[in-house]
Design a protein around this ligand. Structure first.
Ligand SMILES: Nc1nc2c(ncn2[C@@H]2O[C@H](COP(=O)(O)OP(=O)(O)OP(=O)(O)O)[C@@H](O)[C@H]2O)c(=O)[nH]1
Ligand SMILES: [Mg+2]
Length: 325
């Protein structure tokens, strides 16, 4: 269990609390929004669609109450087994929450005859059958002029009785505080659901694997990101407590030794990931290590191996082994 999880659940009377899901097409900025809301890197992000593969919880607690946000994989037309799993994760989360945040992009529907795309129409149908209070979150408003939002709001308002419409920029953290307050105002009155200082339920080693996958997504093109999974094989904390008398360096103390496998599906992909003279893997390793050090607050020794596991994304037992079950 991560160290930030404690057991006491203090609460004052008349607080509000609830679960809220972030749901939407791939790449609209759901994970960026989760990180903006919590102020931490709880979900990896990238310019490539289908970055998120599992749900990620981010708990935000303020004096007025607590919202547990669930980030989900982007809903898309899934063909392979992994993709079907991802879409199931997103749609199931919708059934478990008090309120839904439907995230769309401000740049959508800017054509001559604006219309809601097929993917978003599918999500709207699911929102209708879920019957939860739903907010329309229009993200990436930094990319459009103000007047351009009105036709989009109009378009969506005709499709669904949204409780509120919130234009935001998750990247620039514009409108994010107001979004939190609005979500909270739609949550039922009640005790806090989680300890006040709890941030997530994700284990450190899960976040570590995700941070490595994030660097693969950021450094590699084409099919590599979609064929990659990361598994932490060793998480050795025996030197995590700094030895008495040792001074912190670079603001870090103690050492965690981590060995992780990066799985790909073909030999050719392995060669790309390793790169000429091992350069690509080295870059991925260095960037991942820096982020993991920030997460753990310790020095990190990171040993990355690339392994070929043919068609892992199509085989149920391999999917389970990679954490997709
Ligand atoms: N300009 C702009 N870009 C944004 C904003 N929010 C997110 N992005 C960018 O959009 C891309 C996708 O962001 P993610 O947060 O990974 O999107 P997602 O919805 O979680 O995507 P999936 O996990 O694939 O479903 C990244 O390059 C982000 O930096 C925003 O408010 N403005
Ligand atoms: Mg995401």
């Amino acid at each position: 269990m991560p160290p930030w999880i404690t057991s006491a659940v203090p609460s004052s009377p008349r607080t509000r609390s609830g679960f809220a899901v972030l749901i939407g097409r791939p790449n609209v900025g759901k994970s960026t929004l989760l990180n903006a809301l919590t102020g931490e890197r709880l979900a990896i992000t990238s310019p490539k669609p289908q970055t998120t593969r599992n749900r990620a919880l981010g708990v935000v607690t303020r004096p007025a109450g607590q919202v547990a946000f669930i980030d989900t994989p982007g809903v898309h037309q899934a063909r392979g087994q992994l993709n079907k799993y991802m879409v199931d994760v997103a749609l199931q989360a919708l059934d478990e929450v008090d309120i839904a945040l439907f995230v769309v992009e401000a740049t959508e529907g800017q054509g001559l005859t604006p219309q809601v795309g097929e993917g978003n129409r599918f999500i709207l149908e699911r929102l209708k059958s879920a019957g939860k209070p739903t907010l329309l979150v229009i993200n990436k408003v930094d990319e459009v002029k103000k007047g351009q939002l009105l036709p989009l709001i109009d378009l969506y308002a005709k499709q669904f009785p949204f409780a509120e419409v919130l234009p935001i920029s998750a990247l620039k953290k514009d409108g994010v505080d107001l979004l939190f307050e609005t979500v909270l105002s739609h949550c039922p009155e009640g005790e806090l659901l989680f300890p006040e200082d709890m941030l997530t339920d994700q284990a450190e080693r899960v976040l570590v694997a995700e941070y490595v996958r994030e660097q693969v997504l950021r450094h590699c093109r084409q099919e590599i990101p979609y064929s990659t999974a990361v598994r932490v094989d060793v998480f050795d904390e025996s030197e995590r407590e700094p030895r008495p008398g040792t001074k912190p360096s670079r603001g870090l103390a103690g050492l965690v030794r981590i060995a992780a496998s990066i799985f790909v599906e073909r030999d050719s992909q392995k060669a790309i990931l390793i790169g000429k003279g091992g350069q690509m893997l080295k870059r991925i390793g260095t960037e991942s290590r820096k982020r993991i050090e920030r997460l753990l607050g310790t020095h990190v020794f990171l040993d990355l191996r690339v392994r070929v596991e043919e068609r892992w994304s199509e085989r149920p037992e391999a999917l389970r082994e990679m954490g997709y079950e």
